[in-house]
Design a protein around this ligand. Structure first.
Ligand code: MV4
Length: 446
């Protein structure tokens, strides 16, 4: 096992990794920007190193600074958290080349899944269902139109280097294809420096359902069920739950077995998430995330497994601590992301937290790095915490969530907590009858 882990991140995920390390008897190093000198992770870690000024590129994305911090503190492994360098294959490679262990998958696997065309081809060959469309990159308007005639309109043009929805174009009829194709290509070039695009049949009313997977260096591969992340706005998730209110057990077992099998065949090591669109009882692969995700706690709550501890164990060459036939999904869990934002306009609201009280009681978990008197800096993502509740079933979970939100006090900054109470009041949310477009449409006529 590692003696010392450096956490190349900030906020609640830095704290989450420190907590897992402490329970495993592993020492921790926090790195931080000058704006984060008072961060909770800096206080709770055994050591800390300032790695530069607040702009990401000068600190949390500054690879030489992070590797230097690891060297001078004598760390033996680096946990990248989510965002920042977590899916940067070059970083993973450099970490290993400098003699540290990257707590994550192999650089080749990060790279393979980072290119959406390669990822789709790879997972299709390994037996996962994909959306019908072009077999690979589409180079010309003529080739594109041919694909569209086969697939039938509407289609979606996607960037190979994309993800997160940037540079996508929906095309509803042949006449608009050429213009949208050119727009998609130039947006892809401008955003990702790569104008490669591909085409898929556009699914009109899907849900976003993702499967948590894990592989180790001993040939074990498991899935830990799904998370339904359909409650989103502008590709930012607001609420995640497990299990999905619409997924029957046989479908879960079927897609889970395919996902675990894919992980085993690839030799994928560590935590991963396979994202699918789910419509009319069918799964369609979207992309694979090669990192731990923000919403991992809902899976932890229904499985009782510490996913960060498993990441660390697996990176240290130990087998997964959990065997396939011992995994049970228990009850229901929901996470709401709490952002320091105006709940009506979504404008960020950084500043000093003057009053702070976290909810408690049975089945309530609050993952956050803020504290009373803390000043939320304006430079970073506005997520300041996650409230996660667990119950025996969805109904109990929803009641507990309302109760826990009502107990929570965050004063001095605006937060999205009132928005979560409003979502909880909506009939479609209560019944679980929602698609990826539901929240945006509902907000529009609020
Ligand atoms: C789609 C789709 C419908 N049909 N692909 C958006 C992010 C990117 N990872 C893939 N995305 C989508 N791909 C086909 N063939 C709809 C979306 C999509 C979406 C997916 C998940 C969560 C929110 C979304 C919001 C808009 C569009």
């Amino acid at each position: 096992m590692f003696k010392k882990v450096l956490i190349a991140n900030r906020g609640e995920i830095a704290l989450r990794v420190i907590r897992a390390c402490k329970e495993m008897g592993v020492q921790t190093v926090a790195v931080h920007s000058t704006a984060d000198a008072n961060a909770m992770a800096v206080r709770l870690a055994d050591e800390s190193v300032c790695i530069g000024p607040p702009p990401g590129k000068d600190s949390y994305l500054n690879i030489p600074s992070i590797l230097t911090a690891a060297a001078i503190t004598g760390a033996d492994a680096i946990h990248p958290g989510y965002g920042f360098l977590s899916e940067n294959a070059q970083f993973a490679r450099m970490v290993e080349e400098h003699g540290f262990t990257f707590i994550g998958p192999k650089p080749e696997h990060i790279e393979k899944m980072g290119d959406k065309v390669t990822a789709k081809k790879t997972v299709q060959a390994l037996g996962l269902p994909v959306v019908p469309g072009s077999p690979g990159a589409v180079e010309s308007v003529e080739d594109g139109l041919e694909i569209c005639r086969d697939a039938g309109f509407p289609v979606l043009i996607k960037a190979a280097s994309g993800g997160g929805g940037k540079g996508m174009q929906v095309v509803r009829a042949e006449e608009e294809f050429e213009e949208k194709f050119n727009t998609a290509r130039s947006e892809a070039k401008a955003n990702f420096g790569d104008d490669t695009v591909y085409i898929e049949k556009y699914l009109e009313k899907p849900r976003h359902i993702e499967i948590q997977v894990f592989g180790d260096t001993h040939g074990n591969a498991i899935h830990l069920g799904e998370r339904d992340c359909s409650i989103q706005r502008r590709h930012q998730k607001l609420v995640e739950e497990a299990p999905s209110p619409v997924l029957p057990e046989d479908k879960r077992n079927e897609i889970g077995a395919l996902a675990a099998n894919m992980v085993r065949e690839m030799g994928y090591i560590g935590a991963g998430t396979i994202e699918f669109l789910y419509e009319n009882g069918e799964f369609y692969f979207m992309e694979m995330n090669t990192r731990i995700q923000v919403e991992h706690p809902v899976t932890e709550m229904i499985t009782g497994i510490d996913l960060i501890a498993e990441q660390i164990r697996v990176a240290a060459g130990q087998p997964l601590s959990v065997k396939k036939d011992r995994i049970r999904l228990r009850g229901h869990a929901i996470e709401v992301r709490i952002n320091a934002e105006d709940p009506d306009t979504f404008i960020p609201s950084p500043g000093k937290v003057t009053q702070f009280h976290t909810p408690g009681g049975l089945g309530v978990r609050f993952d956050s790095a803020i504290y009373q008197g803390y000043t939320i800096p304006p430079y970073y993502d506005s997520m300041i915490g996650k409230l996660i509740v667990h119950g025996r079933n969805r109904e109990e979970c929803l009641r507990r969530l309302r109760r826990a939100i009502m107990e929570t006090v965050v004063e001095g900054v605006k937060t999205t907590l009132p928005l979560h109470l409003w979502i909880l009041d909506q009939e479609e949310f209560k019944t679980g009858d929602y698609t990826i477009h539901w929240l945006e449409n509902k907000l529009a006529d609020r």
